[in-house]
Design a protein around this ligand. Structure first.
Ligand code: GLN
Length: 506
């Protein structure tokens, strides 16, 4: 068995037994990157020297008896999470060449547990998107079919985990960016309750919505990563420690009597038949494991997308004002005045989607429209929070699709951005209400593309959600499926054939 077929927790066990060294693990990931990145473009960069140094530090910790579950395990990091002295560019020209002068808290905690930050994962520019096509490094491909997108914005993380180009990864989720790419790539992704993981060192998109979350092959790996990265941090005033602890320990797989709410709005015309059928099977499996299905209604769900795109863009317009050509990264070569420096730098440095969102966000915050848009969206957000609180009176967790469709073809989404925004309908509600959300693979559509099911919990019920997902994975094997592109030696022939088919079908 190739070492990259191991889950992160399995690798951790082998490392503790001295069957594999931290250095061997990091070299395996680096080899996969060098040999195969051209197939999927999942990595934005891979700086091997700092990864080797981190592996050495991990081995020293291990040799001294430091035995956390992930000690010695390489973890890929999305390109918007700061890793000290490494490129952290948000897949944007405006941050080209920028190296973070410090570690994000989540990364610092990884190192503390002996895990090894290794490789920078490709993404949508500034995490704005659902397809990982807006990156300045070029589009990421879906490992199940390279003619399709991997989802986004953490598409590089999901693709790399699915294609066995890394063991597990940290992504970020503002409106679904961990859960949706996990679903499109057939892997497991978890967005924690808002505040559960420090945002310090995560380049801000929509600060009231952003959370760092794990993308991995199964729930156990996600729980192991959560055990390391969760907790209050003095550098992020919105972070907190919730009373429960020990996510891995909480995975007993027992969901007898668990009340699973099934929101009727999420199984209507809005979702593809194959998606609904797979998620229905997912529900049946939970019932067989002892859960009780309860029909519920979330009538506010149809307002979630407009509410989200007003709040997220408003916050983005403010957060991205710091990229002005003075303090970070790219600066235009053609300017005479200060204003020209700002305008040209931002026009040349930001891509189209990011510029569109800055304009939209600036508009909804402008004095004449603030009440009509921004304030109204804030009120709607509160109604969504209240609506979920009420619904969680009748159930313990909720189950729904992650996305109404499976992965679209490359190029298809950006040509119809409104449709792309609307496809976030099942993921953005959790961000607006700060809920924990898990995406688990639950089957394939008729074209062989993965389908994901989503579990949501009340704020703080992260362990309950993870355990429900774990119970499902104990009973099924969708999370163990492996795309054909992983076939040795390089998967290049598979990529070549699928590219040809994509052109033929276009
Ligand atoms: N697709 C959503 C957006 O474009 C979510 C992105 C995210 O979660 N970062 O904003």
């Amino acid at each position: 068995m190739e070492i990259l077929d191991l889950t992160a927790v399995e690798l951790g066990e082998r490392i503790r037994k001295r069957e594999v060294s931290a250095a061997e693990a990091v070299e395996a990931v680096y080899d996969a990157f060098r040999e195969r990145n051209r197939n999927l473009n999942a990595y934005a960069a891979f700086e091997i020297d700092p990864a080797r140094t981190a592996a050495q530090a991990a081995q020293t910790l291990l040799d001294g008896g430091g035995a956390s579950a992930l000690a010695g395990v390489p973890v890929g990091v999305k390109d918007n999470i700061s890793v000290k002295n490494c490129l952290t560019t948000c897949a944007s020209r405006i941050l080209q060449g920028y190296r973070a002068p410090f570690d994000a808290t989540a990364v610092r905690k990884l190192r503390g547990a002996g895990a090894v930050p290794a490789g920078t994962l490709n993404m949508d520019e500034f995490a704005m998107g659902s397809t990982s096509e807006t990156s300045c490094y070029g589009a990421v491909r879906n490992p199940w079919n390279v003619g399709h997108v991997p989802g986004g914005s953490s598409g590089g993380a999901a693709a790399a985990v699915a294609a066995r180009e890394c063991f597990c990864a940290l992504g970020s989720d503002t409106g679904g960016s961990v859960r949706q790419p996990a679903s499109y790539c057939g892997v497991t992704g978890f967005k924690p309750s808002y505040g559960r993981v420090s945002r310090y060192g995560l380049v801000a998109y929509g600060s009231s919505l952003d959370q760092i979350g794990p993308i991995a092959r199964d729930v156990r790996d996600c729980a192991a990563l959560m055990d390391v990265i969760a907790g209050a941090d003095p550098f992020d005033a919105t972070s907190r420690t919730f009373p429960d602890a020990g996510f891995l320990d909480a995975l007993n797989g027992d969901i007898r009597g668990l009340r699973v709410g099934v929101p009727e709005e999420c199984f209507g015309d809005g979702a593809e038949e194959d998606v609904k059928a797979c998620v229905q099977e997912f529900l049946d499996e939970l019932r067989r494991a002892g859960a009780e299905l309860v029909s519920i209604s979330l009538p506010f769900v149809r307002y979630a997308v407009p509410t989200y795109y007003i709040l997220a863009t408003a916050e983005a317009s403010s957060n991205l004002s710091r990229f002005d050509g003075v303090k970070y990264g790219y600066r235009t070569e053609h300017y005479h005045t200060l204003e020209e420096l700002y305008v040209r730098t931002r026009s040349e440095g930001f891509g189209k989607e990011v510029q569109k969102r800055i304009l939209l966000g600036t508009f909804v915050l402008s004095s004449g429209y603030y009440d009509a848009y921004y304030n109204k969206a804030l009120k709607m957000k509160q109604l969504i929070v209240d609506g979920f609180a009420e619904a969680f009176g009748r159930c313990d967790v909720m189950a729904l699709p992650v996305s109404p469709t499976t992965a679209p073809k490359l190029g298809e989404s950006l040509s119809d951005p409104l449709k792309m925004y609307l496809s976030d309908v099942f993921t953005v509600p959790a961000n607006l209400a700060g809920l924990p959300g898990l995406s688990v693979p639950c089957g394939f559509d008729r074209n062989g593309l993965p389908v994901g099911a989503q579990l949501l919990g009340a704020v703080g019920a992260d362990a309950l959600v993870l355990n429900a997902g774990h119970a499902y994975q104990l009973a099924t094997d969708w999370h163990t499926r492996k795309p054909e592109i992983c076939r040795p030696p390089l998967g290049g022939d598979v990529a070549e054939r699928q590219r040809g088919e994509a052109v033929e079908n276009a």
